[in-house]
Design a protein around this ligand. Sequence first.
Ligand SMILES: CC(C)(COP(=O)(O)OP(=O)(O)OC[C@H]1O[C@@H](n2cnc3c(N)ncnc32)[C@H](O)[C@@H]1OP(=O)(O)O)[C@@H](O)C(=O)NCCC(=O)NCCS
Length: 177
Amino acid sequence: MTGPLILRPFHLDDEAEARAAHHELAADGFGFLLFRDEAGTWAEYLAWLEEVRHGRSLRGRMVCSSLLVAEVDGALVGRVSIRHELNEFLATWGGHVGYGVRPAYRRRGYATAILRGSLEVLADLGVEEALVTCDLDNAASEATIRACGGFPDPELPLVGAGPTVSAKKRFLVPTSD
Ligand SMILES: CC(C)(COP(=O)(O)OP(=O)(O)OC[C@H]1O[C@@H](n2cnc3c(N)ncnc32)[C@H](O)[C@@H]1OP(=O)(O)O)[C@@H](O)C(=O)NCCC(=O)NCCS
């Protein structure tokens, strides 16, 4: 039987599995462990993520954000980056939420559960409508967004490629009913 999907911060004993997931998702050009600096230890990385969750020690174009792992029955099945606010880059291309599911756990509804849980986190932060974007050819991500109530942004449904990103479809998703 499959238990519920839980979104939680990474723990110290997640390192090996998280590294494996990072390696797997690299094939999709997706960074499972965002901004992981291999020079630092896992414990230092987790301490830094906690800082970022409180809007401190931000690097580059980062904003206050939570990197959470999705756990089902003790397995790390995916992860999500929840941006508490948007800067110009995120308001155009990145959006509030970025998620990935490990290849072995796909097509079981986990991305949909991750996005649903992320919308609850955003609602608690006072965000009423989330911006969620996906690549033009990412049918799975688009279906995930639509399954969570997303609709094309009426003002800007599509945006062309930016300096470091490809063109995106943009969706608005209400965070509560
Ligand atoms: C996109 C991704 C997160 C989907 O994860 P998943 O757990 O397989 O998604 P779900 O099982 O929740 O399925 C969500 C929807 O996508 C559909 N779907 C899943 N895989 C699909 C595929 N390969 N092609 C078309 N539709 C697909 C499902 O049928 C479902 O739609 P439905 O609700 O209408 O039935 C996963 O493929 C992934 O991690 N890809 C690499 C990283 C990435 O692209 N992240 C998104 C960045 S915007």
